[in-house]
Design a protein around this ligand. Structure first.
Ligand code: ATP
Ligand code: MG
Length: 357
């Protein structure tokens, strides 16, 4: 078991500050995910924890031991950490057994102990029958599991995984997610997992740290982050969302872009606001809150993905197929709202749009 404490950790490469003032504690046995867009600093954070990178400022503790900070720097091999890199590498000239045994071999561990440790982790990743095979005789997913077994063999108390499923197809990714989660539970280890895949983060994590441009935007359980996002960036990054400019007053929000249609609102904000609505929180009903013209419907099997024109805006509505089989494009339709989120109009949305274009 291990805790990781990041005390005002920052990192710059020359002029470029990529991590700004990280203050977090990853607790014993937690499954932590660092989530965020490409270039936000996830790999850099993992490399700092592993000891492949020195922070520019701050201190890093593993359990109560200072491993980075001031004049102290404990090298990677002395930190007791297992790691699978973003571009995982297994040795092509070694069979599965020798690949997995490697970290123990270089430590000159006794042969009998190597034998039993390797057999144990190969069992955990369901590769026992492949011990004699070479990497070119394995599928991508099997090779990925070899890399994972190699990271586990020295019984690390802390496991760092950098997009370990990135090279797998959708089905294998999904099954490996559960396998990694099972392994973590079984061994009771602390895992810091990096991904930019929000579904993966939601499915696996005890807590997610959502990072943008080197700054933690929010940390919390998947439910907290999804249901109570701290700002527009978080709302937008997790799941699907549409933003609407509105004016909050007198117990309602008025939408100028949508023919001044209104929805009831009794929350704390007044004046200019940005309302975030998830399309799955909308439904079609007789007397809804917004009215528009059904423009398109896409059949996706489990759900239908629709667009409704309301004034100058297209509103996305995701409903279960049976709800609206008989609807025709061009017809007037009324939209009910189960839930929505209200943010201050602080210019963050414009900033996000600029980055996307
Ligand atoms: N050794 C380095 N020298 C200079 N800049 C670096 C170095 N390593 C990383 N960076 C920069 O730091 C920033 C963060 O990089 P990092 O690899 O941590 O991103 P990431 O969140 O892992 O992205 P991805 O999802 O694409 O893997 C990037 O702008 C990157 O160009
Ligand atoms: Mg990375």
């Amino acid at each position: 078991m291990a805790t990781v404490t990041l005390n005002h950790i920052s990192k710059s490469f020359g002029e470029n500050t990529v991590l700004k003032d990280f203050n977090e504690t990853f607790r014993d046995g937690e499954f932590i995910t660092l989530l965020g867009p490409s270039g936000c600093g996830k790999t850099t954070m993992l490399r700092i924890i592993a000891g492949f990178e020195k922070p520019t400022g701050g201190e890093l503790y593993i359990d109560d031991r200072l491993v980075s900070g001031g004049k102290t720097f404990v090298p990677p091999e002395k930190r007791g950490i297992g790691m699978v890199f973003q571009s995982y590498a297994v040795w092509p000239h070694m069979n599965v057994f020798d690949n997995v045994a490697y970290p123990l071999t270089i430590k000159k561990t006794a042969r009998t102990e190597i034998q039993s440790s390797v057999e144990r982790v190969l069992g955990i990743v369901h590769l026992s029958q492949y011990a004699g095979r070479f990497p070119n005789q394995l599928s991508g997913g099997q090779q990925q599991r070899v890399a994972l077994a190699r990271a586990l063999v020295a019984a690390p108390k802390l496991l760092l995984l950098d997009e370990p499923l990135s090279n797998l197809d959708a089905k294998l990714r999904e099954s490996m997610r559960f396998e990694i989660k099972e392994i973590q539970r079984e061994l009771g280890i602390t895992v810091v997992y990096v991904t930019h895949d929000q579904t993966e983060a939601m499915a696996m994590s005890d807590r997610i740290f959502l990072i943008n441009r080197g700054v933690v935007q929010q940390c919390g359980t998947p439910q907290e982050i999804y249901n109570s996002p701290a700002n527009q960036f978080v709302a937008d990054f997790l799941g699907k969302v549409d933003f609407f400019k509105g004016e909050a007053r007198d117990g309602q929000i008025v939408f100028p872009e949508m023919n001044n249609q209104k929805i009831p609102y009794n929350g704390p904000r007044t004046g200019k606001v940005e309302v975030a609505i998830r399309p799955e929180n909308l439904f079609f009903t007789e007397n809804g809150m917004l009215t528009g013209t059904l423009e398109t419907q896409y059949y996706l099997g489990d759900v239908d993905d629709c667009r409704v024109r309301v004034g100058d805006r297209l509103v996305r509505v995701i409903v279960s197929g049976y709800e609206f089989k008989n609807l025709k494009n061009g017809q007037q339709i009324s939209i009910g709202i189960r839930d929505f989120m209200v943010f201050e109009d602080n210019g963050l949305l414009e900033e996000m749009l600029q980055i996307q274009t």
